[in-house]
Ligand binder design. Structure first.
Ligand SMILES: C[S@@+](CC[C@H](N)C(=O)[O-])C[C@H]1O[C@@H](n2cnc3c(N)ncnc32)[C@H](O)[C@@H]1O
Length: 402
């Protein structure tokens, strides 16, 4: 479909955000479902009768500092698609697109508070969008890093500008340090005591491996790294708080655990919806990538790696491990979901070479069907990530058969 810049429906004028892959039907459904809440909830429109939507304002005001030039250009062009505000405070590779999750939640067409579950929550995109939409969010991730990152971002959603001031005061105490004085997380104050200190913990975690990840500041000292990172975090959060306060959000609650998605942690029939994205086979080897961070968090990366779905052995073994893992995840999901509820799985198909592909979607589909789900819909969305391995990601919508 050729997307119109501006769209008139029921005598109201709508301007679309720069997204591809949505249809006229999606546009009309979002208008009909969201009604009066459209300005704060829309995932598709930048303006409605001349008024700017929350998601557009947040993306447009998200400032960019301390990034490499190439990345700044990419981020400026794509910030609406890849992340804004709280979503951006840690660059988690493999993060779902916030607009897509918002769009999927909107497509349910109900404002009732529901329980949304993401068993492989990573950096918490599903959880953040769920509580912003007024729902309760429940997440697990095999990695303590996923749990900590999601929890800090979720707590920060409810903070304010004073938290940023306090956060910067803590940072300034360490600005002259040449090296990180904290050997591991036990040396720091407890997580969850306050938003400013949690943001400080996340900044320290981000500084681990920072020189390795950034070419621009490759010789920077600990104190300098804290300054770079905290400046970015403060900007993202300031922009989020300013934008948030102009709208009426009714936040839901959340719980995030370090737990295996193949095992059951929540009560039977307690969840209304699952939105999750399994690992992209071995395109991102999470425990290897986060090796130093996991050590800092007192975790054993090798132990975690052995439990990450689809990372063990040869490609053949990885595919088998992915399939076996997804069978267990599907069993878990079918156990906690209420009958007749939906599960949305965002899957990336993996290309080994130009003409060789691993269709993870087939494996996911078989695993879900074995656990009592029927596949209702499959949609393809372009990936606009930085340094992407895959071109498209596939969104599969299942229903749990009663
Ligand atoms: C593609 S990422 C999810 C990204 C997430 N949707 C986001 O927006 O940040 C896949 C996640 O699955 C997690 N994972 C892999 N195996 C797992 C398992 N057995 N149990 C729980 N989480 C697992 C990984 O640690 C990783 O964070």
């Amino acid at each position: 479909m050729q997307k119109p810049e501006s769209y008139i429906y029921k005598e109201i004028e709508y301007e679309l955000l720069p997204i591809s892959d949505v249809t006229e039907n999606d546009i009309q459904r979002e208008i009909n479902h969201l009604g009066e809440k459209i300005l704060e909830r829309t995932a598709l429109f930048s303006r409605i009768n001349g008024k700017e939507s929350y998601i557009s304002k947040l993306a447009n005001n998200t400032p960019v500092v301390n990034m490499a030039k190439k990345k700044i250009k990419y981020f400026k062009q794509n910030r609406y698609i890849i992340g804004q505000g709280v979503h951006s405070i840690f660059p988690y590779q493999g993060k779902s697109k916030p607009w897509l999750v918002k769009f999927l939640l909107n497509s349910l067409g109900s404002f009732e508070k529901i329980n949304v579950f993401d068993p492989m929550c990573g950096s918490g995109t599903t959880l953040i969008e769920s509580i912003l939409g007024g729902h309760n969010a429940y997440g697990t991730d095999i990695s303590a890093f996923g749990q900590i990152l999601s929890t800090i971002k979720l707590n920060a959603l409810k903070g304010d500008k004073n938290d940023i001031v306090e956060f910067n005061k803590i940072i300034s105490r360490y600005s002259s340090y040449e090296i990180n004085p904290f050997k591991n997380i036990n040396d720091m104050e407890r997580l969850g005591e306050s938003i400013p200190y949690d943001l400080f913990i996340l900044t320290v975690i981000n500084s681990i491996g920072y020189n390795k990840r950034r070419s621009k500041y490759h010789n920077s000292k600990f104190g300098e790294q804290l300054q770079f990172i905290s400046q970015q975090t403060s900007n993202f959060l300031n922009c989020y708080y300013e934008t948030r306060d102009k709208y009426n959000f009714n936040f839901g609650d959340f719980q995030v655990f370090k737990f295996d998605a193949r095992k059951i942690i929540f009560k039977q029939n307690s969840m209304d919806l699952v939105v999750t994205s399994p690992p992209y086979l071995d395109t991102i080897d999470y425990p290897v990538r986060d090796n130093e961070i996991l050590h800092f968090l007192n975790e054993n990366p090798i132990g975690i790696r052995s439990q990450v779905i689809g990372t063990q052995g040869t490609l053949h073994n990885k595919i088998i491990s992915f399939f076996q893992g997804m069978i267990k995840v599907a069993e878990n999901i079918s156990n906690v979901l209420k009958p007749d509820s939906k599960a949305i799985i965002i899957v990336g198909n993996y290309s080994i070479s130009e003409n060789k592909r691993v269709l993870l979607t087939h494996l996911t589909e078989t695993a879900m069907i074995m656990s009592g789900f029927s596949l209702e819909k499959t949609r393809k969305f372009k990936l606009n990530g930085y340094n992407n391995f895959m071109e498209t990601e596939i969104v599969q919508t299942y229903r749990l058969i009663e």
